[in-house]
Design a protein around this ligand. Structure first.
Ligand SMILES: [Zn+2]
Length: 467
């Protein structure tokens, strides 16, 4: 079956043609390990896990190599280490932070049903490759040494800006570019920099005597080349990485290897917001995967419900994360699993599901097809389709556990979820379900008041705690 994918580089959907069908190669930018992954971090993990599974299905699991890096050199890691382990030497403290965070990340992603990538290389294990690449860029005139830094000279790369579709002038105007005195041009970016005393450091490239450490962008260029070669099939990540991170990766890799492309297909997932707002710590709506799995809006949610809720939105669209959406995703799975868990497994997912998935990962369409299979009683096929998408099909794995003292505005959140579910039931004329929810709310001591907006005629529901 032909797979088509939207390519950010060409701004269109293209038939996917692997460089070598016996070895499909995909790279996705991974986590910087200093804190729990938030749900925005989970989106690319789930999206590219679905793509990984589809590629394995089509080309055979032993023919697909998926590399996702672990950034374990970063200022945020250093800061966290100094804060959490003030009594330890910085390097020791850093190791504690990165090991702990990496293990948390792995556990969270397993809970979301994501397969481990084939390789998860760490930046600190590839410093030698980064140094070699930087030396090559200096030697061929694409990079220069200044004040113990090595900088990439953007003017040496005529196609810089092609991925993000912006001209150099636009980029300079749009980006808050740090104009350090050692830069020849404002857009030039750091490949290597000196370490501060006590910080992790390695012998420097470019003939610099002072030890230092790599910039962030070079790590992906070096690690993708080490594990996938100079040119590979698919490079993925969040839309926020297009500029400057991916633009810089392309510049470094193409100039170091003398190639026309770094990867043939560039894929980016859209932004994620929470209840219609930008997610931020200052707004108090910052949600980690760990929060969701351990207690959010009254429940410890199963990872599979998180996964389905993510996939309800097409990966290129912005995603609005809501408690009502999560609740609905959970109900859907509960419904499906009740019917599929005792049924046999069809030998393959139905072609309608595979076709939708192969059409640039059209997961909303896939979910529509799953509903159709369920309604038609085709449980064996539904189970096979769920398995392909990374869902267990077992109710025991998706129980949500009530949490009395969970984080967030727990009670209000639960009430809002139930009211939204009741409104949806009423709109669908499922009055039995609507009455059941009203009774459930009454049992919680919540009294509902339905009213009609005199202007719009819209039905609204308010609530209060019964005295
Ligand atoms: Zn990267």
């Amino acid at each position: 079956m032909a797979i088509t994918l939207y390519n950010t580089l060409t701004r269109g959907k293209e038939a996917f043609e692997p460089l070598d069908p016996a070895r499909i190669r995909m790279y996705v930018c991974g986590p910087t390990v200093y804190d729990y992954a938030h749900i925005g971090n989970a989106r690319p993990v789930i999206v590219f896990d679905v793509l990984f599974r589809l590629l394995r299905h089509v080309y055979g699991s032993e023919h697909v190599t998926y590399v996702r890096n672990v950034t374990d050199v970063d200022d945020k890691i250093n800061a966290r280490a100094a804060q959490d382990y003030p009594d330890l030497k910085l390097n020791e403290a850093i190791r504690k932070v990165t090991e702990k965070t990496e293990a948390q990340f792995r556990d969270d992603m397993h809970a979301l049903g994501a397969l481990d990538p084939t390789v998860e290389p760490r930046a600190t294990e590839h410093i030698g490759e980064m140094r070699t690449m930087i030396d090559r860029l200096v030697a061929n005139g694409c990079a220069y040494v200044a004040e113990n830094h090595v900088l990439f000279h953007v003017a040496s790369m005529p196609e810089y800006g092609k991925l993000s579709g912006r001209s150099l002038d636009e980029m300079i105007a749009g980006a808050r570019v740090e104009v350090a005195p050692y830069k020849q041009d404002p857009m030039d970016f750091v490949l290597w920099k000196p370490s501060k005393p006590g910080e992790p450091s390695w012998p420097s490239p470019g003939g610099i005597e002072m030890p230092g450490r790599p910039g962030w962008h070079i790590e992906c260029s070096a690690m993708s080349a080490a594990h996938l070669g100079d040119v590979f099939d698919i490079h993925g990540g969040g839309i926020d990485l297009v500029f400057p991170h991916h633009e810089n990766e392309i510049a470094q890799s193409r100039c170091a290897h003398g190639t026309q492309v770094m990867a043939n297909v560039w894929m980016h997932n859209g932004f994620l917001q929470v209840e219609g707002q930008k997610m931020s710590k200052s707004l108090g709506n910052f949600i980690t995967v760990h929060d969701l799995l351990t207690g959010w809006h009254r429940y410890a949610w199963p990872g599979e419900a998180l996964r389905l809720n993510m996939l309800r939105t097409h990966y290129r669209q912005p995603l609005d994360w809501t408690a009502a959406g999560l609740d609905e995703a959970h109900k859907t799975l509960w419904d499906w699993y009740g019917d599929v868990e005792n049924s046999a497994l069809a030998p393959d997912a139905p072609s309608a599901v595979l076709e939708a998935l192969s059409d640039d990962l059209n997961t909303p369409k896939v979910i529509t097809e799953l509903h159709k299979l369920h309604r038609a009683g085709h449980f064996e096929e539904l189970r096979a389709a769920l398995a392909l998408l990374g869902f267990s099909g077992e109710r025991a794995r998706i129980e949500r556990v009530p949490q009395g003292d969970s984080t967030g505005s727990a009670d209000t959140g639960e009430v809002d979820v139930l009211i939204a579910a009741r409104s949806a039931a009423r709109q669908a004329k499922d009055f039995k379900e609507a009455d059941r929810i009203r009774a459930q709310l009454e049992a919680m001591g919540i009294v509902l008041q339905d009213a009609k907006d005199p202007k719009t005629g819209e039905l609204t529901t308010t609530w209060e705690v019964a005295r």
